[in-house]
Design a protein around this ligand. Structure first.
Ligand SMILES: Cc1cc2nc3c(=O)[nH]c(=O)nc-3n(C[C@H](O)[C@H](O)[C@H](O)COP(=O)(O)O)c2cc1C
Length: 399
């Protein structure tokens, strides 16, 4: 081990790595396992995948099933990842790439990176500090966090930990008065944007989650109230009478944007679109932005990855509103490909939960650091010094 460390220190000090300080740090923190082949601390991770087996070890089977599950045979889950390998980067040389700027502006607010922490429900199911740990990591790295309706921590506490507003994700229900209360609470807490998730109108078949839940015999009061629905027992419903509430809203139509506009000044995003037609309708009906998403392969099992949907949506939107993409993003090169195909910013879901489940806040922090570092190197490789310089010409799709 000593000679290995000495060799790595030599590499890190080499002029080859001059200017790439973060690479030197990564080498200095070469993986040290506990003998089980898993990383022993967050700083040892060399890519986001290093966190997955540690999180798997730490997280109880039913919660792990909730995290990893797709729907039906999980074709869409696989398609989300597979789509990235259909594109290649167009390497460019002899461009001054000594300064790379990852920053992005969304609705007048500047973030250090275009990588967004997507809304994922009930994060205390993965680590006792849940959304608070995520908020602290987002604060440390200057990333945008979107908070789920079914967060296990109230929006006020998350914003306090983030030290800045987060965006609120809205699940609609059968009662508009409940929606109004949720939205008004988020707005009063300081959220500038609400993202309405529309891709789960009538339930879904999360087969893997159901199978793994059968193997878990614990009684889990940390994440489920002893009585009541796991949905309405969450903190955002604490002041709300949820009796008789249906948590799916299969009758939702485009006029909902107008109804929502009447009760909030927040910007309104529609999350869960996969077609040019719907993107066009969203903008025509007054949406301020779109999130191209299939809920991480957890909505309709279309078999179509979100990256495949992005070009037609970007074309339909014509830059009128921001277009955010999520689904299967695991590498900085994935982020670059999505930006090149027209995304304004890119969301990650499971990778930061791997970091959270493995090591709490330091794990989320390291996931963001790794992806930012990888994106920086990808931008260097295609000669793009800022996000505006990432264009369709930065990538190739071989015939
Ligand atoms: C365990 C889990 C819980 C999720 N909860 C929500 C949620 O509460 N609201 C929502 O809009 N999307 C939710 N999503 C979808 C994510 O916001 C995002 O679209 C997806 O995770 C991105 O794909 P990725 O996990 O492959 O990165 C959830 C996804 C997972 C895996």
């Amino acid at each position: 081990m000593n000679s290995r460390r000495a060799f790595i220190s030599f590499l890190a000090a080499s002029p080859l790595y001059a200017g790439l300080g973060f690479l030197g740090r990564a080498f200095a923190q070469t993986p040290v396992s506990n003998g089980d082949g898993l990383i022993a601390r967050a700083g040892d991770a060399l890519d986001v995948f290093d966190f997955e087996p540690v999180a798997h070890r730490n997280i109880p089977p039913a919660h792990w099933g909730y995290l990893v599950s797709g729907v039906d045979g999980e074709d869409t889950l696989k398609a989300n990842r597979a789509a990235y390998s259909r594109y290649q980067l167009q390497a460019r040389r002899m461009i001054d790439v000594s300064k790379i700027d990852l920053s992005v502006e969304l609705f007048g607010e500047k973030f250090n990176s275009p990588i967004i922490l997507c809304p994922l429900g009930a994060q205390r199911a993965f680590h006792p500090e849940g959304e608070i740990a995520v908020a602290k990591a987002a604060k440390a790295r200057g990333h945008l966090q979107i908070l789920s309706t079914v967060t296990s921590t109230g929006v006020e506490d998350v914003i306090a930990a983030r030290g800045a507003p987060v965006w609120f994700q809205l699940y609609t229900t059968s009662k508009f008065e409940v929606t109004t209360k949720l939205v008004k609470r988020a707005e009063a807490a300081g959220c500038p944007v609400v993202a309405v998730t529309v891709d789960l109108p009538a339930g879904r078949n999360i087969e893997t989650a159901l199978r793994l839940a059968r193997t878990d015999t614990r009684t889990c009061t940390a994440c489920h109230a002893p009585t009541g629905s796991p949905f309405t027992s969450r903190p955002m419903f604490s002041q709300i009478d949820a009796s008789g509430l249906q948590t799916t809203s299969s009758s939702l139509t485009w006029d909902f944007i107008k109804r929502l506009r009447d009760v909030t000044r927040m910007k309104i995003l529609i999350k869960g679109l996969e077609s040019a037609q719907d993107a066009e309708l969203a903008v025509a009906n007054g949406a301020d932005g779109i999130i191209v998403s299939n809920h991480g392969g957890r909505a309709t099992d279309t078999g179509r990855g979100t990256l495949e949907c992005l070009p037609e949506i970007a074309t339909a939107v014509r830059g009128r509103v921001p277009v955010i993409l999520d689904g299967g993003v695991r590498r900085g090169t994935d982020v670059l490909k999505a930006l090149a195909l027209g995304a304004t910013a890119v969301g990650i879901g499971r990778p930061y939960i791997w970091g959270l489940g493995a090591y709490g806040q330091p794990g989320v922090d390291r996931v963001l650091e790794l992806l930012d570092n990888e994106l920086t190197l990808a931008m260097v490789g295609v000669g793009a010094r800022n996000l505006r310089e990432i264009t369709r010409a930065s990538i190739i799709r071989p015939a």
